[in-house]
Design a protein around this ligand. Structure first.
Ligand SMILES: C[S@@+](CC[C@H](N)C(=O)[O-])C[C@H]1O[C@@H](n2cnc3c(N)ncnc32)[C@H](O)[C@@H]1O
Length: 378
């Protein structure tokens, strides 16, 4: 399959202008309520409708190849719309690092999230003098953590202007402007010279690529010869049965509710790495383990697995009652015309995401933590 040509026709100036109008970049706000209320209502509704247009009333079992192709061809628009509506909800519900992790007894949620990032830094053997690239960096939580943990310089690339704005603000707040940099760009056509980075990592981001070879080959190009690429990939596992309607519904739910054009299997991911020239040093599904607490426990809202008082507050938001409270608040504000139309629908999409991820995790048909340590060209 050839790469979609919207990777070259995108306009960064238009993206930025739209993002500023939608999110009001000039006023720093924190907290779900405050950020939602600051949105341009018309722009927000337009983005929600645009995103829904890629999915609504298209049955995963009977959906035509054309519908799927439309999502793949418009992946930048589709994924950017998703993050334009979901970013504030993510920060509210999960924090500044938009990824899963493994959990240990006695370790709080944010320590576990940071340990997951430290593990990647260890795989990469990051040293203070290194230049490191974070592919699909979100609002920069992992980049800031890895820069602080290792002393290296971390550049984050992201296609979403609002997230870049949030990432830069947070870096300035922590005095990390000299250790981090956040660049607007599509990871399918990265704006970096060949052989720029000593090490590259990606955390649960490359699953947004319509073709994995597209993003992996860009990493290969940006990485210095002999450099290592380590990342966490979202994949379907060998337990996934495409002919099982229940499996299809769950995986399709993950795609729909997480802005993913198409989830690929672990085999496709590994083959794509080889196809672009990587040598695979190790590949492990870290979701298969003896951990006492599963990676998806916060999404289940399982308060029994919370390790600290702080965890109760984080996990409470994802309990049925917590979700009911958020839905009631957001729904009332939308009805009163205070929050933009589409806010409640966004909350509902994210609830679907949580439910399908938990179902996929319980059945073992999906993994968010396939880690791969790879060596670039020698
Ligand atoms: C689940 S978030 C993970 C973010 C970050 N790695 C973290 O762990 O906090 C996925 C990220 O990939 C970014 N992304 C998706 N498609 C992209 C593309 N084509 N080019 C650059 N970034 C992209 C999104 O904007 C988002 O920030």
């Amino acid at each position: 399959m050839s790469l979609p040509d919207n990777s070259v026709s995108e306009s960064h100036a238009n993206d930025l202008e739209f993002s500023k109008a939608l999110h009001d970049h000039d006023t720093a706000r924190n907290g779900l309520l405050s950020t939602i209320l600051s949105k341009d209502k018309t722009a927000f509704e337009t983005v929600v409708n645009n995103y829904m247009g890629y999915w609504v009333e298209k049955d995963p079992v009977t959906e035509s190849e054309d519908d799927k192709e439309a999502r793949r061809n418009n992946y930048t628009n589709m994924t950017n719309s998703y993050y334009n509506i979901a970013t504030d909800f993510y920060e509210y519900g999960w924090g500044e690092c938009f990824h899963f992790c493994r959990f240990n007894f006695g370790e709080n949620f944010y320590q576990a999230i940071a340990r997951h990032e430290h593990y990647l830094a260890m795989q990469l053997n990051v040293k203070p003098e290194m230049k490191v690239l974070d592919v699909g960096c979100g609002v920069g939580g992992p980049a800031r953590e890895i820069a602080q943990f290792t002393g290296a310089h971390v550049t984050g690339i992201n296609n979403n202007d609002y997230q870049i704005y949030r990432a830069r603000k947070a870096a300035a707040r922590l005095g990390l402007e000299n250790k981090t940099e956040f660049t607007k760009g599509n990871f399918m056509s990265m704006p970096f010279e060949e052989n720029t980075f000593d090490a590259v990592y990606a955390i649960e981001a490359t699953c947004h690529a319509p073709v994995l070879e597209g993003v992996y080959s860009q990493v290969f190009r940006a990485l210095k010869p002999g450099g290592v690429f380590a990342f966490y990939e979202w994949c379907t596992t060998d337990k996934y049965d495409h002919d099982n309607p229940e499996h299809r519904r769950i995986v399709r739910g993950i795609e729909y509710a997480d802005g993913i054009p198409e989830l690929f299997s672990t085999h496709v991911a590994l083959q794509a790495l080889k196809n672009v020239g990587f040598e695979i040093e190790c590949a492990q599904d870290m979701a298969i383990n003896d951990d006492p607490i599963p990676w998806y426990y916060p999404l289940e809202g399982d308060l029994r697995s919370a390790q600290t008082l702080g965890d109760y507050f984080t996990v409470f938001r994802m309990t049925r009652f917590g979700k009911f409270c958020t839905r009631a608040l957001v729904g009332c504000l939308e009805k009163l015309g205070i929050a933009p139309a589409g806010s409640l629908q966004t909350q509902s999409v994210l609830e679907t995401a949580g439910d399908c991820l938990v179902e996929g995790g319980r059945l073992g048909i999906f993994t968010p933590i396939l880690v791969e340590g790879l060596i670039g060209e020698q």
